[in-house]
Structures are given as structure tokens and as C-alpha cells.
Ligand binder design. Structure first.
Ligand code: ARG
Length: 463
């Protein structure tokens, strides 16, 4: 069989070129979208008088048959099919004969491919948003369970200040909330139908684009045919949102990997999400989290790849744009599995409570001591210096700062008194951070309440 576009050619492309030009190996994933769009197009063509009232049902039922062939995995591709668009058109003609050849009237693959991509991403984007919500729920549950546990927080990977563990987990919730909102907001920019744009200049038929919009359930019609066939900004944006979500996950994956080490021992991953070593029998490795950390790189690469692809690309469609699909699919698949795995890890995570404070150095209370001096009228900068000296003296003498006697303390500053020893209390320390967004019990519970409201509101915007 010759190519669908073979008329202008006297010989066929080389085998090498055929293979190089192939996109079927990856765009066959869009078969459902292609059939859906083609069916809608046939309805508009009927309205435009291209298909007669007799022909139209034949076309429709042929598309339904083709759909069933795909569903039952019986659809057979042929060597001349170069992409999913030509494959389905070829099959339509095989089924209905000459009339099938009318389906491409006024239509171009330039608009078909971007239409299919938009149909695909409209659905996928919301599926991913739901997966982010699922993870948020598990994170909220874990935060509720750990609101009374206290752990050291870190800056520069050095012990910084004590926080409620639930406060720590809520930080993941709110980072994910930004991610969720980004997917949600993107939806309106995906939900724009290009069909009717033709190759570049718009259709020459009396095509009712509103019919297409209605048939395909789109929110808007693309207002400019040139932009419609050229632009892939919605894919770039999705790829950024995907990479950003995974960047968030990777940071928490890294913390949990450290926290599951013998040295920290804060958490233990469930066997469901761990693997062993082929050689060292004692090992239980957090591979699930390592893979999440590792897989971020490909999603960043996918975003880069699309940005580079489009930089300086002349308008309108060029075959370069065929390269947009593999990175898109890869990020969709990577993010989908990473979100599911992370949700599994979080919902089965065991907290090893007795280890949480095991290695906390007394100097974690240094800021509390400085605040204590401030309450006694010492300007903060001076208090900072005094406590610095206290910590250093402790290091020099191998002594915890809470073990200094009053007379030793008085040598460092006259402002110290017996109340000093009450500072070294984890609950007191966290409860003092009672500002909106802080780590006191009231403030963490406030965050959980806000989270519950956000989870209820969720995706309403786009439903
Ligand atoms: N396989 C192509 C793609 O993925 C479809 C569009 C081809 N258009 C064209 N004018 N050759 O982009």
C-alpha cells in the first residue's frame, strides 16, 4: 500500500528514512483520543455536507469497530502506517471503502496530533491531580498521628530547633498543595480545542467548530489556528509541574532515607517498600525512596528536552514537534508511579519513637536559652554571644549546657538564674513557637484543619 500522501512522489522513502520518521511506536498510545477526535470530526463533516446522512452512520460504526479492535488488542498495524493518525484512517478506508477517504477533508495531522495530545492530557492531568490529593491525605493522616512527637529539625544538616514531627509532615502537605493547585490551574489552558485549524490557516469547509467542541467536551476553542498548531506550551507547563512535584518528593525521600539509617533510626519503611541485598543478609534498603529521588532527573530532562525542542523553532508546525510525545509520556508514567509508591511508603511508615530524641544535643536549646536571656532584658545580639560562649565552654569541657552550675553560669553572664534549667524541656520549646505557621500544638492543629478544608475544596474548580 502506498502512503496516504504518496501522489506527489515517484519512489518511496528509504527503509532508513521510514524508520527514522516513525512515530507509531510511541503515538499508538493515543489511539483512543485519535478515534474520539475523528468521530467528532465526522459529525462536523456531516453537518458541513461532506458525509451524506446515509454515509455518516457507516463511518460512526466503523470507528466503533476500530475502537473494539484496539480494546481487544486485535488491531493490526501495517508497514505503511507512519503514525496513529494514518493507521486509523487507513483502517477506516479498509472498512467502509471509498467514502472513508472523505474523513480527511479539510483536516491536517498538524491539528490532529495536538488535539489528541490535549484530549490525553486533559484526562491525565486530572488523574495526576487526584494522585497528589491521595498522597496529601496520607500525609495529613501521618501528621495527625505524629503531632505529639518531637524531633530535631535541621538547617545545613546540623541540628537546629525542636519541632513537632506532625509539623514536619505538614510541610510536605503544603508543598504538595502548591503542586496540586498548579495541575488544577493548568487544566484550563489544556482545555482548548485546536480541531478546525487545518494545517495552519483554518478550515476551508463550513465547519461548525462548536459542534466539535461539544462532541469532544472541550471548554474553549482555540482562537487562532497558527497558535493552535504551533504551540506546545501546555506540555511544557505540565512537564514543569511534574518535575516540581518530584523535586518536592525527592527532598522528603532523601530525609526519610537518612531517617531510616541506623544512625538516625527515626523511621522504618514497611517491607512492602524495601528491598534486600543479594550479599549482605542484614540489609533492608529504602529502594522505593532512592528510586523516587533518582527518577526526578529524567523528569527534569524531559522538561529541558521540550524547551530546547521549541526554542527558535519557526512557526508553525515542523516535524521536530513529533519529539514532544516521548518525554511527555515518560513524565506522566514516572510521576504516576512515584506518587503511588510514595503514598504507599507514607501510609505504612513506622515511627520509631524512642529514637527521635536519642541523639539530640543540648545545644539544640541554644536559641531557647538566648530567648530566656532576652526575657531578662539582654539585647538579642548580646544574648547570642553569651550563649555561643556557653556552648563553646561546654564543648571544651565535655559538658552538656544544662549541667552547668549556677555559679559557672554566672561567670558567663549575671543574668542567669535558677529558671535556666526549665529551658531544657522539649514540649516547652515547641510550645513557645506559637505563631501562625509555627510548631506549637495549637498551630499544627490549625494547619491540619486548613489541610482538611483544602482537601474538601480540592478539584471543584474544574469539575
Ligand atoms: N506524527 C506526527 C507528530 O507526531 C503527526 C503530525 C505530522 N504532520 C505532518 N504534517 N507531517 O507530530
Amino acid at each position: 500500500m502506498p502512503k496516504l500522501w504518496g501522489g506527489r512522489f515517484t519512489k518511496s522513502a528509504s527503509k532508513l528514512m521510514e524508520e527514522f520518521n516513525d512515530s507509531l511506536s510511541f503515538d499508538k498510545r493515543l489511539w483512543k483520543e485519535e478515534i474520539q477526535a475523528s468521530l467528532a470530526y465526522s459529525v462536523a463533516l456531516t453537518k458541513a455536507g461532506i458525509f451524506s446522512k446515509l454515509e455518516s452512520p457507516k463511518i460512526k460504526s466503523a470507528f466503533r469497530d476500530i475502537e473494539r479492535e484496539f480494546e481487544s488488542k486485535k488491531f493490526k498495524f501495517k508497514p505503511e502506517d507512519e503514525d496513529i493518525h494514518t493507521a486509523i484512517e487507513r483502517r477506516l478506508v479498509e472498512k467502509v471503502g471509498e467514502i472513508g477517504k472523505k474523513i480527511h477533508t479539510g483536516r491536517s495531522r498538524n491539528e490532529q496530533v495536538v488535539t489528541d495530545e490535549r484530549i490525553f492530557l486533559k484526562r491525565t492531568n486530572l488523574e495526576i491531580e487526584d494522585l497528589v490529593s491521595d498522597l496529601q491525605k496520607s500525609v495529613r493522616d501521618l501528621a495527625e498521628k505524629t503531632v505529639n512527637d518531637i524531633v530535631p529539625s535541621y538547617t545545613h544538616l546540623q541540628q537546629a530547633q525542636l519541632v513537632r514531627l506532625g509539623h514536619y509532615f505538614m510541610s510536605l502537605f503544603f508543598m504538595l498543595e502548591n503542586d496540586r493547585q498548579r495541575f488544577d490551574d493548568l487544566q484550563k489552558r489544556i482545555d482548548v480545542l485546536p480541531l478546525g485549524s487545518g494545517a495552519v490557516a483554518g478550515s476551508t469547509l463550513k465547519l461548525d467548530r462548536n459542534t466539535l467542541k461539544h462532541e469532544l467536551g472541550f471548554n474553549e476553542l482555540s482562537p487562532n489556528s497558527i497558535a493552535a498548531v504551533s504551540d506546545r506550551d501546555f506540555i511544557n507547563e505540565f512537564l514543569f509541574d511534574a518535575a516540581q512535584t518530584l523535586i518536592h518528593l525527592s527532598r522528603f525521600a532523601e530525609d526519610l532515607i537518612m531517617w531510616s539509617s541506623t544512625e538516625f533510626g527515626f523511621v522504618e519503611l514497611d517491607d512492602l517498600y524495601s528491598t534486600g541485598s543479594s550479599m549482605m543478609p542484614q540489609k533492608k534498603n529504602p529502594d522505593s525512596l532512592e528510586l523516587i529521588r533518582g527518577k526526578v532527573s529524567r523528569t527534569i530532562a524531559n522538561l529541558n528536552s521540550l524547551l530546547i525542542l521549541q526554542k527558535g523553532l519557526p512557526l508553525t508546525y515542523s516535524k521536530d514537534l513529533q519529539e514532544d510525545k516521548e518525554p511527555l509520556f515518560d513524565s506522566v508514567d514516572t510521576l504516576t508511579s512515584a506518587l503511588k509508591v510514595f503514598t504507599g511508603v507514607i501510609s505504612t511508615l513506622e515511627i520509631r519513637r524512642r529514637n527521635l530524641m536519642r541523639n539530640v544535643d543540648d545545644s539544640i536549646y541554644a536559641t531557647d536559652v538566648a530567648d530566656y536571656l532576652v526575657e531578662r532584658g539582654v539585647p538579642f545580639r548580646n544574648a547570642h554571644r553569651i550563649v555561643g560562649k556557653l556552648v563553646l565552654t561546654g564543648i571544651d569541657n565535655g559538658k552538656r549546657i544544662r549541667d552547668f552550675s549556677i555559679s559557672e553560669l554566672k561567670k558567663i553572664s549575671k543574668y542567669f538564674d535558677h529558671e535556666y534549667y526549665r529551658v531544657f524541656d522539649p514540649v516547652r520549646s515547641v510550645e513557645r513557637h506559637d505563631v501562625y505557621g509555627g510548631t506549637s500544638l495549637k498551630r499544627v492543629n490549625e494547619q491540619i484543619k486548613l489541610a482538611n478544608n483544602l482537601l474538601v475544596k480540592g478539584r471543584l474548580q474544574n469539575r
